[in-house]
Structure formats: structure tokens, C-alpha cells
Design a protein around this ligand. Structure first.
Ligand SMILES: Nc1ncnc2c1ncn2[C@@H]1O[C@H](COP(=O)(O)OP(=O)(O)OP(=O)(O)O)[C@@H](O)[C@H]1O
Ligand SMILES: [Mg+2]
Length: 465
């Protein structure tokens, strides 16, 4: 937003911003500026110091209060240079001294874009660092996971592309990180793209970066994740979520190790080791035409199938104790003991959210433990699930399959959260995407299945509403 009462200066600023392909709105008073900012907040405000109904400084103060990250450039005459200094102290991003040239405006904006990028990069690095500190090493005792550990040790030192397949919460990301840490690239960058979390239209630029002006808002060139990962490892998390056109671009990087930035013509070469994860069956996505077969084979060089927690012998008890110790240390509490009966019951449970679910319950149990006595099954499970155990485990006559228990648990979670998918997913420790996929799977089955499914269908419908 440009706030300037002098029509000539105003027009020249607007032209300049339009040339940079930055959407711009121009007003000539504080009143209008406030009104517009309330309607549709701008990310950058360029304001004159002297306005007919107030001054730029007050605008700056008000705007920054509402949005601390708002960028403000103050326009000032030679006589008011002190107030420009004052404005910078109040958090203005930059100032323009009248008369100014187009290139000075461009420079001021480029600096802001650069800062903004650094800030965002910094935020990403911080969360990655936090995840690293938080990241536990891959714990396991079961023979099933022993096989996975052996495979990791064998493939880590190679440059082979790895595809990690497993249900939500089975530890795919922990495995990916372990592979990087045991590889010859361990001291090189480890970069992650969550393909499901980045909006479709931004994913290509996230992967490959963009040149300045590649699209609206691309005020600066930006390096993509492939460039950032050069020499190291790139984790493509939830790979099934990428669109077919982007899949072909990805295939090219895997085959030729080269790509172009969005809006660029220069071919970039990179040396990146790819690890991809998926919690859906990739072969199914291929069969449905949602995933390129050639890309599948490229990724499938070394597949690692991560077993569900319920399929790992002896692991529930082992991991539970490890997590109880960890969280007890973290929350400065005594490590709770778990009763033998509870351990037995836990070993029977289906663990649809796998290790993540176990970990969440362990933390909760540590926080709620009152210090003495052993933990029972219901101490570990949230109370709104315990009374409904029957609904999940069945009436005890016939032993349910894991699939049935999982399904019942998901519908139960949905019922207890009045159909809120996010909360339901949280409750049982899976991500909402997995929950959605499961529901789709169940709904697909209903048509050909017996009457027992009708109740579930109704539940599913009420969820949709
Ligand atoms: N074997 C393990 N040892 C220690 N911690 C584990 C293990 N497996 C999983 N975890 C922990 O469980 C949580 C979920 O693991 P992770 O994020 O790797 O799962 P995921 O398979 O990537 O799940 P999603 O498909 O939902 O992304 C994390 O907090 C992770 O630290
Ligand atoms: Mg994951």
C-alpha cells in the first residue's frame, strides 16, 4: 500500500511497484490507509511522513502494533531526516529520501524481501533444529525392527535412493534421519520437504527455487530445497501428495541430477541423495494412475517397509518404558511403573497411531501420574476411550482383527469429537491425512460389504456433515 498525498510521487511509486509485479493499492490520507489496512491488510506499506490528516509515524506505530511483521518504508524530505531516524527506531524497515529514483525504491524493496526470506529461512532452521534436538534415536528390540536396523546399516553408506513405507507414526522420519546420520553425508545438509504441507502451487518453487519475478510476489530469487540439500540428503516426506506434472520434473532430477528454477532457464546440477516416505501404498497410487510408474521404480531402489507397532514382538513394553523414562526426566518426575495387567492389555491393543500414539500416551501418563502406585491401563489411555473399550475391542466373543479394531477406534474417536477430524486424529495419534485416507478406504468398502457396515456408514455420514 502506498500512502502519499502528492499525486506525482504517488503515481511514480505505483508504476515502479507494478513493474516489479507487486500488487499495489494507493491512498492519499491516514484515514484511507487505516480503512484499507483493516479491510485487506498489506504486507508492505510505503508512507509519506506528512499527510493531510496526520503523519506517517503514527500510521507506522498503529500498523506495527496490529502486525509486528508488517514492513514499512517511510518517505521523507531532507528537512525531516531526523524523523526518518526516529521511524527506523520504531521499526520502519527502510526510508526513502525525496527526491528518489526508481532504482532506490527497487533497492529498498529488495532489501526487505531479502530480510523477509532470511527471517523465514531462520524460522525453518529453528524448527528443524528443535526437531533434531528432540529427535530420539531409533529405538527397537523386536526382531522385526532388527531387520529394519540391519537394512539401514547396509544402505546408509551408499548413495542409493530409499523409499520408506509404513503407516502413520511408525517412525519413518526417525529412520530417514538415522540413514542420513549414518551416511557419508552426515556432515552435509539434511533437508526435508513435507509434500503434503506445502500448497500444490508452491511446491515446485519449494523444490527447485525460483528466479526473481517468476510469479507475483517473487521479488527475489530463491534457492529451492534441492539446492539447499546439495551434497547432502533430501527427505521428500509424503511423496504421494505431489501432482503428476511435478512428478515428471522430480523424475528428471533423479535421473539427470539437474533442473531449472521456476522462471529460470539456467540448468542447475546437484548431488543430492533422496529419501522418500509414504504412508499409503504407492503401488495402489500407481495402479490408479495417480503416481508415475517410472518414478515409482526410481524411488523403489531400496524399499524399507516399516512394520506397524502391533506387529513388533515385545516392542510395546520396551518403548513404553523408554518413553516413560524420557518424559519423566523431561518433566522432572519419578519414572512411573506399569502394572503387569496393564502391560498385557497394552500388548493386545491395536495401536492404530503406532509409536506416535504410544509416545503421546506415555507423556500424558507421566504428567498425570501422582507419584505412587503402578500405572493401570486406564492411567495410560485417555478416559474417554477407556469406557468405550468394548466398542473398540468388540464384545469378547470373537476376537477382532487389527483392521476391525482400527476402524472401530477411528469411528469412536470421531464420535467422541463430534466428527472433528483434526481432534479425532490427534486423539489417536495419527495425522489427519491418514484418518481421511482410512475413511475413504472404509467408505469404498461399504458398497460390497455386509449390513454391519451400515452403522459405520451412518457415522461416516454424520462426520461428513
Ligand atoms: N523406533 C522409534 N524410536 C524412538 N522414537 C520413535 C520410534 N518410532 C517413532 N518414534 C517417535 O514417534 C513419533 C512419530 O514418528 P515419525 O514422525 O518418524 O513417524 P512417521 O512414520 O513419519 O509418521 P507420519 O506418516 O504420520 O508422518 C516421533 O515423535 C518419533 O520420534
Ligand atoms: Mg512423517
Amino acid at each position: 500500500m502506498v500512502v502519499e498525498d502528492d499525486p506525482i510521487v504517488r503515481r511514480s511509486l505505483v508504476t515502479c511497484l507494478q513493474r516489479l509485479e507487486i500488487p499495489v493499492l494507493a491512498v492519499s490520507s491516514c484515514f484511507q490507509a487505516n480503512e484499507e489496512q483493516e479491510k485487506e491488510p498489506a504486507d508492505l506499506v510505503i508512507t509519506d511522513m506528512h499527510l493531510p490528516d496526520g503523519n506517517g509515524m503514527d500510521l507506522l506505530k498503529g500498523f506495527r502494533k496490529a502486525n509486528p511483521l508488517l514492513e514499512v518504508i517511510i518517505i521523507t524530505g531532507f528537512g525531516t531526516i531526523e524523523s526518518a531516524v526516529e521511524a527506523m527506531k520504531l521499526g520502519a524497515s527502510n526510508y526513502l529520501l525525496k527526491p528518489f529514483t526508481t532504482s532506490q525504491v527497487e533497492l529498498a524493496i529488495a532489501q526487505i524481501a531479502h530480510h523477509k526470506e532470511l527471517r523465514e529461512e531462520n524460522a525453518i532452521l529453528k524448527t528443524e533444529l528443535a526437531a533434531q534436538v528432540e529427535s530420539s534415536s531409533l529405538l527397537s528390540v523386536s526382531p522385526e525392527m532388527g531387520e529394519v536396523q540391519k537394512l539401514i546399516a547396509r544402505v546408509a553408506p551408499t548413495n542409493a535412493t530409499i523409499l520408506i513405507e509404513g503407516e502413520s507414526g511408525t517412525g519413518k522420519e526417525v529412520i530417514a534421519r538415522t540413514i542420513h546420520e549414518k551416511s557419508l553425508r552426515a556432515d552435509k545438509p539434511y533437508i526435508k520437504v513435507n509434500c503434503a504441507a506445502v500448497p500444490e502451487n508452491l511446491l515446485e518453487s519449494e523444490f527447485f527455487g525460483h528466479e526473481r519475478g517468476a510469479f507475483t510476489g517473487a521479488t527475489m530469487k530463491r534457492e529451492g530445497r534441492f539446492e539447499l540439500a546439495n551434497g547432502g540428503t533430501l527427505l521428500l516426506d509424503e511423496i504421494t501428495e505431489i501432482s503428476l506434472p511435478l512428478q515428471s520434473k522430480l523424475l528428471r532430477v533423479l535421473q539427470e541430477h539437474e533442473f531449472e528454477r521456476v522462471g529460470g532457464s539456467r540448468t542447475m546440477k546437484v548431488d543430492v541423495r533422496i529419501i522418500a516416505t509414504t504412508n499409503r501404498k504407492l503401488t495402489e497410487a500407481v495402479a490408479k494412475g495417480l503416481f508415475r510408474e517410472d518414478l515409482y521404480y526410481r524411488l523403489h531402489v531400496v524399499p524399507i517397509k516399516v512394520p506397524r507397532l502391533a506387529e513388533r514382538q515385545g516392542e510395546v513394553e520396551y518403548l513404553l518404558n523408554k518413553f516413560l523414562e524420557k518424559f519423566a526426566r523431561q518433566h522432572n518426575k519419578a519414572v512411573p511403573k506399569v502394572s503387569a495387567i496393564a502391560l498385557d492389555q497394552l500388548a493386545q491393543y491395536a495401536w492404530p497411531g503406532n509409536v506416535r500414539e504410544l509416545r503421546n500416551y506415555a507423556e500424558r501418563a507421566v504428567i498425570l501420574a501422582n507419584g505412587d502406585g503402578e500405572l493401570s491401563f486406564s492411567d495410560i489411555f485417555p478416559s474417554h476411550i477407556t469406557p468405550a473399550q468394548d466398542a473398540v475391542f468388540g464384545d469378547g466373543k470373537a476376537f477382532p482383527t487389527l483392521g476391525e479394531v482400527e476402524k472401530r477406534l477411528i469411528y469412536l474417536a470421531l464420535k467422541s469429537t463430534a466428527g472433528n477430524r483434526n481432534e479425532a486424529a490427534n486423539l489417536i495419534g495419527i495425522n489427519v491425512r491418514t484418518l481421511r485416507n482410512k475413511l475413504k478406504e472404509y467408505e469404498g468398502k461399504i458398497a460390497g460389504d455386509d449390513k454391519a457396515e451400515v452403522e459405520d456408514e451412518e457415522a461416516a455420514e454424520s462426520v461428513e456433515k
